[in-house]
Design a binder for this molecule. Sequence first.
Ligand SMILES: [Zn+2]
Length: 94
Amino acid sequence: MQLIPCPWCGPREEAEYHYGGQAHIAYPDDPQGLTDQEWAQYVFFRDNPKGPFAERWMHSAGCRRWFNAVRDTATHRLLTVYRSGEPRPEVPTP
Ligand SMILES: [Zn+2]
């Protein structure tokens, strides 16, 4: 089991968290103005890179706060975590 460092609580076991999908997906400025295809793109389509990927996580068995993490999807290793609203920190490239 992996330890995930919550930005508020510190390192806790992975089982205390829930995954929230890709980070930094902005809600459309004018959702009523979108076509069905544009709405479907916003709701369903996400990036799926091999390597560093910014994601949302929630410390559901702890402080219940959302935060962002950059995880390497090839190794499942967390590269950094940061609070929602903070800019994404630079992550070292392997
Ligand atoms: Zn926490």
